[in-house]
Design a protein around this ligand. Structure first.
Ligand code: ATP
Length: 365
């Protein structure tokens, strides 16, 4: 198990900025994910860790060793590429054994290691198959086996599930997680799929435009996003811009131009560090659709408009697990998600009254 440190790492491609000022410390045995939209710099960062690119600035350390300009074959990393990059005319065995042959591992040891890893990824009996005689999921497992057989210190995975269909992707992500935990190997994973990142990672680094936006556990990133980008990229968020009208009893009260009667009351401690909650300030609130509840009675609505909103259903989706609504309050959309039996499903055009619990309101800058 080894730790990986990036100190102020940047990469410039001529006049194009790849990434800038990346500072991270990945702990030994950690499952660490680079997450962000296309072009945000995930692959560039991973490739610098693998040694395929050298940084334009900064340092990369494996443990205490400075590997910044070390060639890839001297780093003892195993990598799985998005397209797997397998040798199509070779057998499964030959593909897996490749890295060991390059390292001149004696034949009996080589056979033993390949067979052990084939078993680990459930490919026993497939040794003599050619790659083009395998399904996509099996090819993915060969790629994983080929990366793991050299017993790398660090496993690097670049969108390894993107060529698989949805169901297989879910199965394979569990499988990769199981292997990673079993082997305890420091793993760096690149994806643009936030659900995948949330499900697999110990920590996630969210990137945009070559810059780190936030680093944290899935829970931290989901519940305490640092800015609008993270709040909208991870999960769903209703983002409303409002004005602080009062600060009292540890709570902030906001009003909104789109619904002048509405007052939203939230807990002051539920604020991103960059958010200045002061009277008259304009702030964005993030409200998760699943945090919204149906107002229990008409009395609630009559008693107070605080944290209670009424809107008209525009789209109603029954998924089995939940009912997802898109509601409009005037021109302003609100996404709400109800889970559970007993909810009477509203149809397009019907009125619905919601309550937004104050604990679920998060203030962004
Ligand atoms: P994707 O999910 O689409 O692979 P990514 O987040 O991995 O995207 P990168 O491939 O790291 O993004 O690209 C980051 C930025 O650097 C982009 O603007 C990209 O166009 C640029 N870039 C990457 N590689 C090169 C290169 N070899 N030459 C020039 N520009 C590059």
């Amino acid at each position: 198990m080894i730790d990986v440190t990036l100190e102020h790492v940047s990469k410039q491609f001529g006049s194009v900025k790849g990434v800038e000022g990346i500072d991270i410390h990945i702990k030994p045995g950690e499952f660490f994910t680079f997450l962000g939209p296309s072009g945000c710099g995930k692959t560039t960062t991973l490739r610098m860790i693998a040694g395929f690119y050298y940084p334009s600035g900064g340092r990369i350390l494996f443990g205490r060793d400075n590997v910044t300009t070390l060639p890839p074959n001297k780093r003892n990393t195993g990598m799985v590429f998005q397209n797997y990059a397998l040798f199509p005319h070779m057998t499964v065995f030959e593909n897996i054994a490749f890295g060991l042959q390059v390292r001149k591992v004696p034949k009996p040891e080589l056979i033993q290691k390949v067979e052990r890893i084939q078993k680990l990824v459930h490919l026993e009996g497939y040794g003599s198959r050619r790659i083009d005689q395998l399904s996509g999921g099996q090819q993915q497992r060969v790629a994983l086996a080929r990366a793991l057989v050299i017993e790398p210190n660090i496993l690097l995975l670049d969108e390894p599930l993107s060529n698989l269909d949805a169901k297989l992707r879910e199965e394979t992500r569990l499988e990769i997680k199981r292997l990673q935990m079993e082997l305890g190997i420091t793993t760096i994973y690149v994806t643009h799929d936030q659900a995948e990142a949330m499900a697999m990672s110990d920590r996630i680094m969210v990137m945009q435009g070559g810059i780190v936006q936030q680093i944290g556990s899935p829970e931290e990133i989901y519940h305490r996003p640092v800015n609008r980008f993270v709040a909208s990229f991870i999960g769903e968020s209703n983002l409303w811009q409002g004005t602080v009208v009062a600060l009292e009893d540890g709570e902030a009260v906001l009003r909104f131009d789109f619904a002048p009667e509405l007052r939203l009351r939230g807990l002051i401690h539920n604020a991103a560090s960059a958010c200045k909650l002061e009277k008259g300030a304009s702030v964005t609130v993030s409200i998760r659709p699943e945090a919204i509840v149906e107002a229990s009675t008409k009395q609630d609505e009559a008693a107070s408009l605080t944290n209670t909103v009424q809107g008209k259903v525009t789209i109603s989706e029954f998924t089995g697990v939940s009912v997802n609504y898109l509601v409009h309050i005037g021109d302003t959309p609100l996404k709400a998600m109800f889970v559970g039996i007993g909810h009477h499903v509203r149809q397009r055009g019907e009125e619905i009254v919601f309550h937004i619990p104050k604990e679920s309101i998060y203030f962004l800058g």
